[in-house]
Ligand binder design. Structure first.
Ligand code: ARG
Length: 580
């Protein structure tokens, strides 16, 4: 069952008033009712309309305010400032909208108007290398987007484009041969990927003989030599096992079956070259085969090539990304290709997009979206490093998060059953890491700060989780079943109830806005505001001490708040414990 949102009802009433007053003028007008500090909502239609009509905006607004049909919807429509329409909803109308919202599983969240097949390319660490915090960001943001897109009905395909191909594999395989397969497996299985990589690199830099072996190995790998492929597979499998550990700790949806490493596209690379040539896009540049997408230049203002095939005949990172576009559009049938990749790769992806579009592989409605993100900084505001100065090991970081959360709830709630405590510690610790990432505008850098992210105050996961747990505890004390209050129409009387009600009714708009902008932090900001309003409501409006209808009404508000928090946190990949 879908119900019409309060905002949509207001928009329709205002449009009807405009149509009566100024026939033929409703087209292209913004009648959206936005949240406002001065009223329940504000509509800005009069300013644009007055401009169009060449009239005084306040007068145009006054006319609309007098004409708009408000019965059963608004208590008042008042003109403010230069011609804003300040809306105050009818209490019973808000109550009814809340009841409608509570009556369905979706909590009023609309399905997308057009259902699309969306490929989300995220995480994408490199084989035989430690996953760094950039991959952590990609994993967390990508997973939240997958969950949000899925929640509004899109068909979402997860792809983990791991770096599993290219010249470094020559040296990595030769190092593996030196260590012996068993020894190499042992080293890799403890997750010491960086050490393995560094040792290989060191040998490569020190010995010409080793370089020679590495080069020959790359040739054998590309020629599909069976034994070389077997050794390569070993490297990939050990790394994938390590990545899977991180994904499991992180509670993300990525599975083994989502792996689509660069090597997946090998069989398409020759076709990429042929199709670019046939399209007349391929050029020779310093013996390499390249495409010059229009508008890309280097610092000297010379045209910048996208290298498709190198001098030595080898293919490039860009070539597999182009093959990837073909696969996603032509084989998977995707219309939206989302790349959750750090900001430094913006130019690479823009060039791939431009070439794919010129070649006719990316025709509207199919499109690419680079969901870029900034860096994670340490308290010194430099790139986050471990104490030894190396890349931070993600498994250790996540374990530390859970340990810290455990210590904190042990102190705050010593009575909690130990088995429950360990589950909750995981939800809080991992939730804190995810939320501290997601709650920042992703394009900005952010400072990784244990104290702040695990604090029970402020815009943090524990604060939201605590609001949820507190509501669960109210119901335990009340001896009421949560589902029993779902057909109650809440009374929206107290100012704090009203603020909470308006926030609850924003859920659908906010989620769609966060999806449209690929910005999970908008959902975070909303959930934080909702929790703050809930806290104020809880202080001013006693629930368990109230009687009769008031008690039922307030329980209904509590239940709906908890459901929005749980659903909202769920879309961010964060658990909502019932006690903590
Ligand atoms: N493996 C790459 C890296 O670590 C990221 C790959 C992103 N995805 C893509 N389709 N290029 O930088």
């Amino acid at each position: 069952m879908t119900s019409t949102s309060a905002a949509a009802i207001i928009a329709a009433r205002i449009e009807a008033a405009v149509a009566r007053l100024h026939p033929g003028e409703t087209g292209g007008l913004d009648t959206v009712a936005r949240p406002s500090e001065h009223a329940d909502a504000q509509v800005n239609v009069a300013l644009a309309l007055a401009k169009r009509l060449g009239k005084n905006p306040r007068e145009v607004a006054e006319q609309i305010a007098r004409s708009v049909e408000v019965v059963g919807v608004c208590r008042s429509v008042e003109v403010a400032g230069p011609g804003f329409l300040n809306i105050t909803f009818d209490d019973a109308f808000l109550g009814e909208k809340l009841r409608e919202m509570a009556s369905g599983e979706s909590l009023g969240l609309r399905q997308a108007a057009v259902t699309e097949t969306v490929v989300v390319d995220y995480s994408a660490p490199n084989v035989a290398k430690e996953m760094h915090v950039g991959h952590l960001r990609s994993t967390i943001i990508g997973d939240a987007l997958v969950r949000m897109l899925t929640a509004v009905g899109h068909r979402v395909v997860r792809e983990n484009h791991i770096g599993d191909w290219g010249t470094p594999f020559g040296m990595l395989i030769e190092h593996l041969v030196d260590l012996g397969e068993a020894g190499a497996s042992r080293e890799l299985s403890v997750g010491d990927l960086d050490a393995f990589y560094k040792e290989a690199r060191k040998k490569f830099d020190a010995s010409e003989q080793f370089q020679d072996r590495a080069r020959k190995r790359v040739v054998a790998l590309q020629a599909g030599d069976a034994d070389t492929l077997r050794l390569w597979n070993l490297l990939v499998a050990e790394s994938a096992r390590y990545f899977a550990q991180v994904y499991e700790k992180l509670d993300v949806l990525l599975k083994h079956s989502d792996l689509r490493g660069e090597s997946t596209y090998n069989h398409l690379l020759a076709a990429v070259v042929e199709r670019l040539r046939a399209a007349g896009l391929l050029q020779q540049d310093d013996e390499a085969e390249v495409v010059f997408p229009p508008g890309f230049t280097n610092r000297e203002n010379q045209p910048l090539p996208l290298i498709i095939r190198k001098k030595d005949g080898g293919y490039n990172y860009a070539t597999s990304d182009l093959a990837c576009v073909i696969d996603r559009v032509e084989n998977i049938g995707a219309t939206l290709l989302v790349y959750v990749v750090g900001a430094p790769q913006a130019q690479h992806l823009a060039m791939v997009e431009s070439v794919a579009a010129s070649a006719g592989w990316l025709k509207p409605p199919a499109r690419m979206e680079h969901v870029a993100f900034g860096s994670v900084l340490g308290s010194d505001r430099k790139m986050l490093r471990s104490r030894s100065g190396d890349a931070v090991k993600l498994v250790e970081l996540l374990d530390e998060a859970v340990q810290r959360a455990e210590a904190s709830i042990r102190e705050k709630n010593p009575e909690l059953d130990p088995a429950v405590r360990s589950v909750v510690a995981h939800q809080i610790g991992i939730g804190a890491v995810k939320y501290s990432d997601l709650s920042n505008d992703r394009v900005k850098d952010y400072v990784f700060d244990w104290e702040r992210m695990l604090s029970f105050d402020g815009n943090t996961a524990p604060y939201l989780q605590y609001a949820h747990a507190r509501i669960c505890s109210i119901f335990r004390k009340a001896g009421e079943k949560r589902s029993a209050v779902r057909d109650v129409r809440p009374l929206v009387a107290h100012q704090a109830e009203r603020a909470l009600a308006l926030s609850l009714l924003q859920f659908d708009t906010v989620v769609h806005d966060a999806i449209d902008r690929f910005s999970p932090h908008r959902l975070c900001t909303y959930l934080y505001e909702l929790s703050s309003r809930y806290t104020a409501f809880y202080e001013h409006c006693p629930v368990l001490k109230a009687d009769g209808d008031v008690r039922q009404s307030r329980l209904a508000l509590c239940d709906l708040t908890a459901r929005v928090l749980e659903h909202g946190l769920g879309m961010l990949g964060i658990g909502a414990p019932e006690q903590m």
